[in-house]
Each structure stands twice: as C-alpha cells, then as structure tokens.
Design a protein around this ligand. Structure first.
Ligand SMILES: Cc1ncc(COP(=O)(O)O)c(C=O)c1O
Length: 367
C-alpha cells in the first residue's frame, strides 16, 4: 500500500498514553494475550499453569489454549466483577504462576489486592485491558498498570481499528519479534470494510441488521480456536491513529451516559450495580447490572434489547471443552461466575443514545 507506514506513530502514541516501554502490535487482542502468555511461560520452568477468570470473554481461553498453558480458573465476585481473592489464592496454591486479570466493561478490579496475592507465590500478573479504554485507577489508565498489559482494538472496544491488539511491557526485555510489515493487501482491505460495517451498525436503528450478517460476528459469543499471531495491518494502525481523539471524546460520553443511568435511582432499586474499588474511574464500555432472571427480569425486554441491552457471557469458561481439556486445580464450580451467567445484563452507554433513548432504556428496566 502506498504512503507512510502509520505503525511507528501508533507505537509512539501507545508508549506515551499507556506508559509502555516496549510495544508489540498484533492483529488482535487475543493474539496479543496469546503472545503475552507464551513469553511469560517461557520465563517459567516446566508445565505452566495460568489462572484465568471463570467469567470473562471466551477469547481469553483461546489465548491460553494458543499459548499451550494449562488452566486454573478462579471465581469472579458478582458484586464487583473483581477476582474472588480466596478462589484466586486456591488457583495459586494449585500451582498457577501466571494470573490473567480482565476488567470487564471498563470496571477496574482491586488491582493492588490481586498483585499482593500473586506476589505471595511469585506469580506474574498480565493485565488484559481489552475492555478498559477510558477507565483508570488512581489516575492511571487501564492498560498501563501491569508489567505486561494487553489492549484490543477490535469491534465493540472503545478505540477500534476494525481489529488489532497490542502487547505492552514495562521494566522487562523487549518482546522478541519486531512489529512486522507483511499484513498483506487483502487483509488491509478487509480491515477497512470491517471498520465501515462496525460504524454503520453502531446506531440503534440498525441493531436488527447485524444478526442477518453472520460474517460480522456481532452479538454472539462463541469459542474460537487460536491462530498463529500476526502483525497489525497498516490500515488498522491508520484508523487507530486518526480515531484516537474521537475515541477519547466517545469514552467521556460513555461515562456520562453511564452516570445518567446510574443516577436513575429506579435502576438502583431494581437491580444490583457493580461496586468499583476505591480510586477507580470505570470506563463503562457498557453498564453492567445484576437482575434476577437476567434480561427476563427487565420490565420490557423487547424495548431494552432494541436499544442495545444484552445479556453477558452465556457460560463460564469452565463449560468450554477446550478449557476443560487443560483444567487443573480443585475447583470445578464457580458460583460467582454462574450467578453472573444467569443474572448479568449490560446496558449500552454509547453517544448515539439520545435523551429519549436513555429515558426509554431506564423505563424498560424499571417500568
Ligand atoms: C477481556 C478480553 N480479552 C481479550 C479479548 C480479545 O480481543 P480481540 O477481539 O481483539 O481478539 C476480548 C475481546 O472481546 C476481551 O473482552
């Protein structure tokens, strides 16, 4: 493709915005996490066990399978979406020496407590901030907290390049491979088409459409097999560079709309909201809410889903065959994750929701 390669400039932006010392740009967040796990496992001897949240995006399992590590699952506290520290300690006692933490919907976890738990046995923590754009903890953006952090630039994330991911490292040797150039023309074109489609289908009036276009893969959560990591396409880097100021503005709008929904005391009375830890500014990629019966517990599920309300992950990672095949540790049930599978509903927060949409959404939740 003609023109200057935008990836070095994106690299610089990530160094600056996320206090990274080393950056590696990859074709997806899943691949970035897979590489993070491979490199962390290389530093450890023998059979490596990674502790993963029992309730999270299935791509986290894909990355662990792709990295060839064994898996111990720790439970998630349904009241905070943070790791259940007793359960995390049990996973560490079972031999896990890598911990993956995934703040969901931009709600920061109890980061300090997790670090202390891991440090007690010398385990390394990987911060998977795929859903963290626009969120911060003690004034530091998610994605800048770990010795190793992962970002996703995929669909539905706060800052998207159509697809893509980054592995950020601090205070350690630079990631082994260069950023690479050879993404190939067809993938560049595919990225631009994907980004255009994601933009078009972001508006509420079009929510009915993506279901009819399975190739977009919108609105579904399924396990995907791992692939060999590849470099970030130039087109994605260009979109990310140009889109950064807009993504920041959009993140502020999302936080604002989330606070509007949170201030609707009726919503507080109806469901249980997440309690972010002290010092946290959630990004609220979406607003998570626990309701007995999930979407079925809403007063008007049809209106709510038309406006973009959705259930969260349809099962715990422990229900995935690919995870079960690698599972170690005593736990075979994760009650917090099971409760979240059953009850967690997420409300949209994006800037295309008008005042009227917000009111209709609130009414659809509370009546
Ligand atoms: C927590 C988490 N980790 C990793 C990923 C994977 O990112 P990508 O879609 O860029 O592969 C996602 C995607 O939704 C995610 O939510």
């Amino acid at each position: 493709m003609p023109g200057r390669d935008p990836r070095p400039a994106l690299h610089e932006l990530l160094v600056r915005e996320f206090a990274a010392e080393h950056v590696r740009l990859l074709a997806s967040g899943t691949q970035a996490l897979q590489v993070a796990l491979i490199e962390a496992a290389r530093d450890l001897r023998g059979d490596v066990i990674a502790a993963l949240p029992a309730f999270t995006c299935f791509d986290v399992a894909t990355a662990a399978v792709g990295a060839g590590v064994r898996i111990a699952l720790y439970d998630v506290d349904p009241g905070t979406l943070s790791p259940d520290l007793d359960s995390l300690t049990a996973a560490l006692t079972a031999g896990a020496r890598l911990v993956v933490v995934t703040p969901l919907y931009g709600v920061p976890v109890q980061w300090r407590a997790v670090l202390e738990c891991a440090a007690a046995v010398g385990a390394a923590v990987i911060e998977d901030a795929a859903q963290g754009f626009g969120a911060s903890w003690l004034g530091r953006p998610l994605g800048s907290l770990g010795a190793v952090s992962v970002l996703s630039f995929g669909r539905g994330k706060g800052w998207t390049g159509g697809r893509g991911g980054a592995l950020l490292a601090r205070g350690r040797a630079p990631p082994s491979a260069a950023n690479g150039n050879g993404a190939g023309l067809w993938r560049e074109v595919e990225v631009l088409a994907l980004a255009a489609a994601q933009w078009a289908f972001a508006r509420p009036a079009a929510y009915g459409l993506p279901a009819a276009l399975p190739w977009l893969g919108l609105g579904e959560t399924r396990y995907r097999d791992p692939v060999a990591p590849r470099p970030l396409p130039r087109a994605a880097a260009g979109l990310l560079l140009r889109g950064f100021p807009d993504a920041q503005r959009e993140a502020a709008e999302r936080r604002h709309r989330a606070h509007r929904l949170l201030a609707a005391t009726a919503i507080q009375g109806k469901g249980r909201l997440m309690e972010p830890p002290a010092g946290a500014t959630p990004g609220y990629l979406r607003l998570p809410l626990r309701l007995a019966g999930g979407l079925g517990g809403l007063v008007d599920p049809a209106v709510a889903t038309r406006l973009g309300a959705a259930r969260s992950y349809p099962s715990s990672l422990g229900a995935l065959a690919a995870v079960r095949a690698r599972l170690v540790g005593p736990a075979r049930r994760w009650p917090g994750a099971e409760e979240l599978v059953r009850d967690l509903v997420t409300l949209p927060t994006h800037s295309l929701l008008s005042e009227r949409d917000l009111e209709a959404l609130t009414k659809s939740v509370t009546g």
